[in-house]
Design a protein around this ligand. Sequence first.
Ligand code: CTP
Ligand code: MG
Length: 238
Amino acid sequence: IRVAVIVVAAGSGERLGQGQPKAQAALGSEPLLVHALRGVLAAHVAEFLCVVVPRGDVELRAVCARIDPSIRTVDGGSTRSDSVSNALAVLPANIDAVLVHDAARPLTPEEVFHRVRNALEAGAQAVIPALAVVDTIKTAQPSTEREIAPEQVHTTPQRDVLRAVQTPQGFDLATLRAAHEAASMFNDAQAAAITDDAMLVESQGVPVYIVRGSELSLKITTPIDLLIAEAMLEGPAA
Ligand code: CTP
Ligand code: MG
């Protein structure tokens, strides 16, 4: 199969709080996006590589050109899902499948790309890497606030059925396009509630297959994640 990789790097990085797009934040001596792109290129899975950057951004475009001049860049949208849609619109005609990867996961090992790609090759329409959840998870009132108020627990899902999901998420291209098309009818609240591509595909009734993710594939969200990633760059913890 012919695979395109879409790296989404158009977020603002509000929770990291550096006043710049998160993909520009330094990890060691290079921006997060450089690490993420090196990982994608090392995995040798991409026939076509598209990076979604913040609208009007020049720095991240320059980063892409420096890493590989054949990388296509496109402007992002206001949600992650819009950013993915913008990339889906520019893929070449000969592509069969797509891997959508977060620039915010700079240390994803090659093996994870391979597991996702291999599952697609074996016929899966949708594949996501995941890990077992280590925390006990509670549900409460919906909240978009970072600081949660004192509040009441609703329920405790059984931990053994929970999985923490990572990227790259892999899809048959027609399947992902159809799911994004259906989502284009969503109202703002529905659109804001989409946190990954697999959700869209699930809502179309498509089975989503899970492969093993990696603890090395952490997502940089807040400053402590960057500290952990710096320590990981220094060398293996165990
Ligand atoms: N992303 C994107 N376009 C958006 C929002 C997010 O391409 N409109 C990308 C981010 O660049 C990131 C990935 O989606 O690689 C996961 O998003 P997240 O971790 O939430 O990153 P940010 O949106 O940048 O961070 P924050 O929510 O703290 O602002
Ligand atoms: Mg975000």
